[in-house]
Design a protein around this ligand. Sequence first.
Ligand code: KG4
Ligand code: ZN
Length: 328
Amino acid sequence: MIVLGIETSCDETAVSVCQGGVILSNVISSQIIHTDFGGVVPEIASREHERMLNNITIKALSDASIRLSQIQGIAVTNGPGLAGSLLTGVSFAKGLALGLGIKIIPINHLEAHIIANLLEEPNIQFPFICLLVSGGHTQLWMIKKLDNYILLGETRDDAAGEAFDKGSRVIGLGYPGGPAIEKCALNGNPNLIDFPRPLAKSNKIEFSFSGLKTSLLYFMDSFKDSNKYSISDVAASYQNAIIDCLIAKLQLSIKQTGVNTITIAGGVAKNSVLRNQLKKVFPKNNIIFPDMNYCTDNAAMISYLGEKKFNLGCKSNINFGIKPNFQL
Ligand code: KG4
Ligand code: ZN
């Protein structure tokens, strides 16, 4: 089956074509316009999606060497995400589906992030644990099979990606914060500044990153007067604290469930220090790392999951709405 996937939940306009579980094209337009504001401006994001969607779709079809008339189904993200952004993608997708007279299915963005791991390992062993770390979510899931997900724990406040983004703003490294902190941290000492690891020692699977960000804020007040540390040391130590918290709860999840296979998903899964730490801490586990292109927001994960759902016989009425707070 040939499926067109559309993703517009935040600030990436993305369209992909998937056929038989193979990604034929994956086009992403990232809205760099938000860089000037230090974060995503929702109103600008939806206008940009509206401006870009048509051309990105044409490019995705052309990259896949597929004509519009060959598309058999459309999969579109309907949540969670920014309401205006979701609306542009869902309206565009519905218009296409109606015009072409083909079926359409709404996709949960978080489920798509998790299932992106199957693009790396289609024969993955169930159950597996997934550490889902994005700009809006930090959750640990046990995936028993497709459509059977158990939430083991999540953050009480900020997401890990948010901790990177806010931390980067505090340090003065710009947006998005994850890649900026990772790059700056390359020349720093991760063990020089002892930032807190909130909840890391508790025996509950939950995260908290807001206190860590506050302690960075206080640290930066005194940083100006100190020549003991470089900005790279701050970035490396802060990144290290976030990663320690993630690893601690992943260890707890493995201990509590006895599941051997570990996967990661979401934008923060791109972080190489996190990937290396995982290999070090879990040498005996089977760890799957999704392709870098399928970690941050993309439509390949949407078209892929959409095709899987169509093949499983999932159906949807065209009158589905957007769900900005969609839970999995
Ligand atoms: O999954 P995603 O593209 O969007 C959401 O669904 O939220 O994740 C975006 C988040 C941002 O917070 C960004 O700073 C973070 O992923 N991120 C990273 C890296 N690349 C992106 N965090 C740490 N290290 C990176 N290399
Ligand atoms: Zn995402």
